[in-house]
Design a binder for this molecule. Structure first.
Ligand code: NAD
Length: 494
């Protein structure tokens, strides 16, 4: 049987070769796309790859459905259920797309090349090379903001990638098991079981809610001795959490957290982190500051985005980017200001919108429409030029007339090719899970806003996220994970 499988793979290999090999067509422009996140993948999904030599470069060979990442930290959802291999996405495209699993380390704007590095675990070394481009889309996202606060990088966990979620999951269980160890002192137990989340944006809030659920629904039952000391604290520098939600939903979230016994410490700015303590400055109602020390076992740092070095370096090469601080400033067609052949999407681009998955995915879809239309227009214009050339050389009036008719038909087609207007973001709303099977939603409905919170909103949150998953495979896997967690509880192994 194995021989049969081997033979089949050989036949498939033969069938895919050489037509499926990446042979850049010199008559087409080379479009290089950096990243495999929301912006880049949404562009790839809708891009007609026959029009360009498309090259995708990203160190992550899968698309990650980030809205459900907080659920992976507690094992409610297994990380593979929200990953979609990039090869799976590319194999459905009409023309072959070249993918390099590599880090883009530098974009040389003058020479129109991207420097890439591939760290090979097998070879144990790094291969570097250059990839030339005619058009470039930068969709590399952002890194975690630490604001240079001492100790954050060394001691905290972030929540951006699959590896972060796995690290948090291990760390939670490590804290719980170590706290239950023989002869542990009461203070050390309390420290280990104090789970601190810094940043009251949606990432911090959703994680805090998931963690408290994990404790209430599973940990408490399996390891009852931790019940009195397990505690989740959310620390936020501003006067309230979830600043992008309406006042009513902020209040609802805060009161739900209170019911769930999650402490919220607002107006508290973390200044320093050591291996066991957080030093924070609390602003009292009279405006005076007070320094506080919080012991912790797990620290999750969710204070938003910072610019990646590759983006910073590109900005330094373009004079028009000199005043931009938070990322690449782009015009209304998402062209990086100061360039003609570079576009930016998602969290590395500064348009007028919050850096969300929703914005990135709409930007990617917009660029696909723009590039498809540009390619169509260019092909028609080339055909028109060639026809007028033929017309001037036509041997007789009848032939000239026939070419004239063809030109007219083509001009009509050209007028029909949709002229793409500037990018306009359509905000569908914001959703966040807040624990104990409740969610908050600020939905844009017709021309107004609709705010809701509670269990029904949680069902809406579930169905909306399920609907937004990348593939049917992802949807099925997520449903199975939800069912598994409900029937058997979450897996508490490390
Ligand atoms: P965020 O930028 O939304 O929130 C970070 C919070 O950390 C801020 O409120 C800030 O005041 C606080 N902070 C910063 N430094 C601090 C310090 N030293 N001490 C204490 N608090 C500090 O970050 P996020 O939650 O990671 O979200 C990033 C982006 O992604 C946002 O645009 C967000 O809307 C989006 N997002 C949306 C969803 C959703 O809609 N469900 C989920 C995740 C992320």
């Amino acid at each position: 049987a194995l021989g049969g499988v081997g033979y089949m793979s050989y036949v498939i290999y033969i069938l895919r070769t050489p037509d499926d090999q990446f042979n850049p067509d010199p008559s087409k422009k080379t479009l290089v796309i950096l990243g495999t996140g929301w912006g880049s993948v949404s562009l790839l999904k809708k891009l007609d790859t026959e029009n360009y030599n498309v090259v995708v470069i990203s160190p992550r060979n899968f698309f990650l459905f980030t809205p459900l990442l907080p659920s992976c930290t507690t094992g409610t959802i297994e990380h593979r259920s929200i990953m979609e291999p990039i090869r799976n996405i590319l194999r459905h495209k009409k023309a072959t797309v070249k993918y390099y699993e590599a880090d883009a380390t530098k974009i040389d704007y003058e020479r129109k090349v991207v420097h890439i590095n591939d760290e090979s675990e097998i070879k144990g070394d790094t291969s570097s090379t250059e990839v030339p481009f005619d058009m470039l889309v930068v969709g590399v996202g952002a890194e975690n903001a630490t604001f240079g606060i001492p100790g954050v990088r060394e001691h905290s966990c972030f929540l951006k990638e699959v590896g972060d979620a796995q690290q948090i999951r291990k760390r939670i269980m490590d804290c719980v098991e170590t706290a239950s160890f023989k002869d542990q002192s009461p203070e050390e137990r309390r420290r280990l079981l104090h789970m601190v989340v810094v940043g009251g944006g949606p990432t911090g809030v959703e994680f805090a809610g998931e963690l408290q659920d994990f404790f209430e629904q599973d940990l408490k039952k399996w390891i009852p001795e931790i019940t009195d000391d397990f505690h989740v604290t959310l620390v936020e520098a501003l006067p309230n959490v979830l600043p992008m939600f309406s006042k009513q939903l902020i209040d609802y979230t805060e009161s739900t957290f209170k019911e769930e016994s999650i402490s919220i410490r607002t107006k508290t700015m973390v200044k320093k982190v050591t291996d066991k303590f957080i030093e924070a400055e609390f602003t009292k109602p009279d405006g005076t500051k007070q320094l506080e020390t919080l012991p912790y076992g797990l620290l999750v740092w969710a204070t938003g985005n910072a610019v990646r070095p590759v983006v910073k370096d590109l900005m330094s090469q373009i004079p028009a980017q000199k005043d931009s601080r938070r990322g690449l400033s782009v015009n209304e067609y998402l062209v990086v200001n100061g360039t003609e052949n570079i576009w930016a999407v998602g969290d590395c681009a500064i348009a007028n919108y919050a850096p969300t998955a929703q914005v990135a995915s709409q930007e990617g879809a917009f660029l696909a429409r723009l590039f498809n239309s540009l390619a169509k227009t260019e092909t028609i214009n080339l055909e028109l030029a060639s026809l007028s050339n033929q017309q001037s050389k036509a041997p007789n009036p009848a032939a000239r007339n026939e070419i004239f008719e063809n030109i007219k038909a083509l001009q009509k087609t050209l007028r029909r090719v949709k002229q793409i207007g500037p990018f306009e973001y359509s905000h569908q709303g914001s959703l966040a899970y807040i624990g104990s099977e409740r969610a908050v939603a600020d939905i844009s409905w017709l021309s107004g806003n609709f705010a809701s919170g509670g269990t029904l909103t949680y069902l809406f949150w579930k169905s909306a996220y399920l609907n937004m998953c990348f593939s049917t495979r992802n949807r099925v896997l997520v449903c199975i994970d939800w069912m598994k967690a409900r029937l058997f509880g979450r897996d508490v192994s490390r």
